[in-house]
Ligand binder design. Sequence first.
Ligand code: SF4
Length: 487
Amino acid sequence: MKIMIGYPALQGKGSPMLTQNRQFQWMSIGSYIYPLVMASAATVLSKKGHDVIWYDGIAEQLPSSHFFKEVDSVRPDLLVIETKTPVVKLHWTIIDHIKEIDPAIKVVLLGDHVTALPEESLERSKVDFVLTGGDYDFSLMAMVDALSGLRAMPPGIYYRKADDIENTGRFRLSGDLDALPFIDRQLTKAHLYFEKWKKRQPFRYTMAGRDCQWGKCSFCSWTTLYPRFRVRSVDSLLDEIEMLVQDFGVREIFDDTGNFPAGSWLRKFCNGMIERGLNEQVLFSCNMRFDFLVKEPGLLDLMKKAGFRKMKSGLESANQATLDRIRKNILVEHITEGCRLASEAGLDIQLTVMVGYPWETRSDAERTLDLARDLMAKGHAEMLQSTVVVPYPGTPLFKEAIENNWIRFSPVDSWERYDMTEPVLKTPDMSPEEVMRLCSDIYKSFITPRFVLRQLTNIRSLEDLDYVMRGAKAVLGHIFDFARIRS
Ligand code: SF4
């Protein structure tokens, strides 16, 4: 079967942070995050003998018209598109246009939005199948087998039958992650993808688990895709890193698991990196919570020795009541203590703060921003990014927002407004403009003479200089993004 995995360029307000990202934003300066699970799906299908075409018009910065020309020329049997709430309407239009080009092309839509609302896309576009759940590789493989007459349709598929919408029941996350082949990074053009903060080239992504062992935060869109956590074996990830280093000369890796696994798994991973000498060859970064780090003395030093460089973590609020309410299950003091300990161990901390909770006042939000600035000023965090709380369909926060009438506009007719260019949720004593201003001011506030001096004194090589220059460009890009939104 000829199968195209497609990320068509989207006409919007910048470069869409679509895949892998647990929140959506349009960015003026792109990081192009590698769609790891889709890349795994492409790999599995290709290994099964299918003709797989990887098309990413976003990462390749192609004009949107290019996608239609490509589809017209390739004429795939199956076209697979990953979507998110703010762009689902754009994808419906694209799908309908594909059907005008060739009605025989079967189109599959997947992602957290359609997992939450599978029937909607079948009702409002000409899409043929909606695949729910986050195991795109296992599910697509089973679905393609079913379309080839080799088995029955797997659970979690929505489709049309005459004038009705049928489904095969609730999706299951039962695939063994260790049974998957390593991602074919040539087929899926892994060289296109990077994060703005990368220090070394070649830079590649891995994924240790799906997706987060805490997995309960009420706002997190990926809990919709992965209601239960699974992790690869330590040896499987170490073997993949070794392969990336030996076969592709990779010198920096970001693991995009929602939260990198903790506990004995992490210790075993660190020891494996050291025993295999990978710590000398590759810098390793990941998403991570800090609460368990605070409780395990010596672990941060081991991580540093194992090659860990940067950890991205959430400072969703400095208000304990909010952390409890969003089910983050963490103490504010564990976040601040974790930042201190990690930075003292020589790790870089990138914090994401969130503003615009429907129960937080201006002074609550300012307390969060003040704490973030304080951590930056003390050198306990290296970079900050700010986001506005968005209640994506499928999350407990979305349900709560509907029940409490917190959404500022018609909730289900306005998906394009969930794109973080404005608050979706009402706030008690702030206008939408104030929420956006708070979000953008954080980028200006931490650029103090002390911060600039610290960045300059950290420059030890041309790679460091390049890193600082790109960081400055990224911060200016964020300021520009929010200024553009407000103008
Ligand atoms: S800690 Fe919360 S926000 Fe982060 S990946 Fe896990 S569930 Fe999502």
